[in-house]
Design a protein around this ligand. Structure first.
Ligand SMILES: O=C(O)CCC(=O)C(=O)O
Ligand SMILES: [Fe+2]
Length: 413
């Protein structure tokens, strides 16, 4: 079952002039497509929102089934953006989260949540997709019965069942796909490789812990340090996951095929346990989704040792690319794993890593992506995202996770 939802190619990216867009195009879209955005926007309780740029300011508002655009800054909330940033957001090269991760978010009034809500409305109007409404997502198995979201799959399960679950739920828990012996070899390789990484070397992320240590929490290009890991990414299991959707997902290639993550207890600065996000949250959803992120559970993980949590269905409905909102009415699934299990998630599925409390966790991440549709054109979207992503651990910090839940929105519990 296809999970390819791409609607853009990079060759088509062109500068969008905010004066033309907000003066002419958006008012038209707001009338023609307001009906797509209005029901979901009402559930989010959106209030008038202004976008302030050097070329002018505009205020967006929901009036009945229409999104209106008025010149000037009259919004309850407002964001200040450069003209280029506005163009990049409209082209789906950046999202509000790109500014958060880059440390450049400039809210004049209101908060990030307001910007994210209006980002959803803008995407709806531009891409002709309804804003998510509560109850609109159902989960069915191949026979049409309610899907058991707690289901995991062993290597003996049927690929058509696994592929259906992936398309429907947006994630997989694959149980017992690797031997504990291989996992302990990889755990040792991680320990052995750590001394060859240094803060700001361009291949690693770092975090400080409450006991004053500066810890390497993400080792990129880790396959270069581990024969067992190279064999794993080149192995049958990853190829089998890549083939599930029939979309031609490419097995890991190029640079940084594997990242090894070490999750210390008590992080107080930097990013080790990424809060609720989609992997497309920094932009380019419509150019890339869905690629698949594959986690290999080297040490196992549960509620007290850094498990992954996911929002099933969030990959097939238009929601904010970060934080969980109660208004969505979507479930949350905890993916507790044993040594040698895999997790797989779609790039536009919302997920988070729970900060470990009892013991450290080790996990490998690799991924399979969709084959490129063009030669990349003139867009530098991919390099913008990669720059922001790699600099983020020095610019933003997760909330201290050893004391409480990581959920920054305080909305999911
Ligand atoms: O820490 C984890 O297990 C997940 C990390 C993650 O979601 C990411 O790097 O995008
Ligand atoms: Fe992620």
């Amino acid at each position: 079952m296809s999970i390819d939802v791409r609607t853009r190619i990079e060759a088509d990216v062109e500068f969008i002039d905010p004066v033309e867009f907000f003066g002419d195009e958006l008012p038209r879209l707001g009338i023609d497509r307001g009906v797509l955005a209005a029901p979901g926007a009402r559930e989010l309780d959106v209030e008038p929102f202004s976008i302030v740029t050097p070329a002018g300011a505009w205020t967006l508002a929901l009036v009945g089934e229409v999104v209106t655009v008025t010149p000037g800054d009259q919004g309850t909330a407002a964001v200040r953006c450069s003209v280029i940033d506005v163009s990049d957001v409209l082209n789906d090269l950046k999202t509000p989260m790109t500014f958060v991760a880059g440390g450049t978010l400039d809210m004049v009034r209101g908060n990030l949540g307001d910007f994210l809500d209006w980002w959803v409305v803008l995407r709806s109007l531009i891409d002709a997709v309804p804003v998510h409404t509560s109850g609109s997502i159902k989960f069915r198995d191949l026979r049409g019965d309610p899907l058991d979201l707690g289901r995991s799959f062993t290597p003996d399960d049927d690929d058509s069942d696994i592929a259906h679950f992936l398309a429907e739920a947006g994630f997989l828990h694959l149980r017992g796909w690797y031997s504990p012996d291989v996992m302990s070899e990889i755990a040792n390789d991680i320990d052995d490789a750590l001394p060859s990484y240094a803060r700001d070397d361009g291949h690693s992320w770092w975090a400080r812990t409450a006991d004053g240590q500066d810890r390497c929490v993400r080792l990129q290009d880790f396959d270069e340090h581990s024969i067992a890991t190279t064999q794993l990414v080149d192995g049958d299991e990853i190829a089998r996951v890549a083939a599930l959707s029939g979309d031609g997902h490419l097995i890991p290639g190029g640079s940084n095929r594997v990242e090894a993550l070490v999750k210390p207890v008590g992080v107080v600065e930097g990013i080790s346990d990424v809060p609720w996000h989609k992997d497309c949250s920094l932009g380019m959803h419509s150019f890339r989704c869905n690629s698949l992120t594959i986690g290999v559970s080297v040490t196992g993980a549960d509620a007290r040792s850094g498990q992954l949590r996911v929002v099933p269905g969030s990959h097939r409905t238009l929601v904010q690319p970060a934080f969980v909102r109660r208004e969505w009415g979507l479930p949350i699934q905890d993916l507790s794993t044993e040594v040698g299990d895999m997790t797989v998630h779609c790039s536009c599925m919302l997920h988070m890593a729970q900060p470990p409390m009892d013991r450290e966790r080790k996990v490998l991440y690799t991924g399979v992506r969709l084959p490129q549709l063009d030669d990349g054109g003139n867009s530098d979207g991919a390099s913008i995202i990669s720059l922001v992503r790699e600099g983020a651990y020095n610019k933003v910090s997760q909330q201290p996770g050893h004391v409480a839940s990581m959920d920054l929105s305080n909305n999911d519990t």
